[in-house]
Design a protein around this ligand. Structure first.
Ligand SMILES: Cc1cn([C@H]2C[C@H](O)[C@@H](COP(=O)(O)OP(=O)(O)OP(=O)(O)O)O2)c(=O)[nH]c1=O
Length: 199
């Protein structure tokens, strides 16, 4: 039986994929998120997304495996998940009153018995502009613990986190970690059998 597998431990990605109302499993990949800093952001997220999908694909025979990765880029520097509360506070203050990019890569790995495996990887970018951040608001948000598992130290969907965002240009869901619109477009072309099989 054909299975869709989300190769991600991110609850936000699971929630977004749930919105398509197609059944899927979750299996978290164990790949280390390492990359060469000299690579372009789009190449980094696509490489990591495909590694996550390939890793999880090893345990399935007839499946579509989906990997994803998100990074924040500010003035050509990549901001990952903060390593401490202080790092989170500094990251957020750095983003105040300025525009940064959130880049998410998604990789679809299709495996079927007797057929050659196929992989399709793409990325989406959304520009996010923060307003003038108040130190007390940042402190309160950092104290909530929420920034710690998020690239750039914020979640646009979070309580407090959302009040920093003045404007975005691009798909909101790319910032949350899974560009649902682009994903559905790609699915119709690359893996329509996984959409029809579930209807
Ligand atoms: C900027 C931003 C990031 N994020 C999240 C998306 C990602 O989950 C996380 C970036 O880390 P990722 O390494 O992309 O993903 P992950 O470690 O959470 O999960 P996995 O590797 O198993 O797929 O930051 C938000 O939830 N909201 C935001 O506004």
């Amino acid at each position: 039986m054909k299975t869709i597998v989300l190769a991600s431990g991110s609850p936000r990605r699971k929630k977004l994929l749930d919105q398509l109302q197609i059944p899927f499993k979750v299996k978290i990949s164990t790949v280390e998120e390492q990359y060469d800093d000299a690579l372009a952001p789009a190449d980094i997220v696509q490489m990591l997304a495909s590694r996550k999908a390939e890793d999880v694909a090893q345990t399935f025979e007839d499946a579509l495996i989906i990997g994803a990765d998100t990074i924040v880029v500010f003035r050509e520097t990549i901001l990952e998940k903060p390593c401490s509360s202080e790092a989170a506070r500094q990251m957020l203050m750095q983003l105040s009153e300025d525009t940064h990019s959130v880049v998410t890569g998604v990789s679809l790995y299709k495996k079927a018995p007797g057929k050659k495996s196929r992989i399709h990887t793409f990325f989406e970018e959304t520009k996010v502009t923060f307003g003038n951040l108040n130190a007390d608001d940042v402190q309160r948000y950092v104290a909530s613990g929420s920034p710690m598992d998020k690239a750039g130290a914020y979640g646009i969907q979070d309580n407090y986190g959302s009040i920093f965002v003045k404007r975005i240009e691009g798909d909101y869901n790319t910032v949350v970690g899974f560009p649902l619109y682009a994903f559905y477009q790609v699915m119709q072309d690359f893996a329509p059998e996984y959409l029809t099989a579930q209807k």
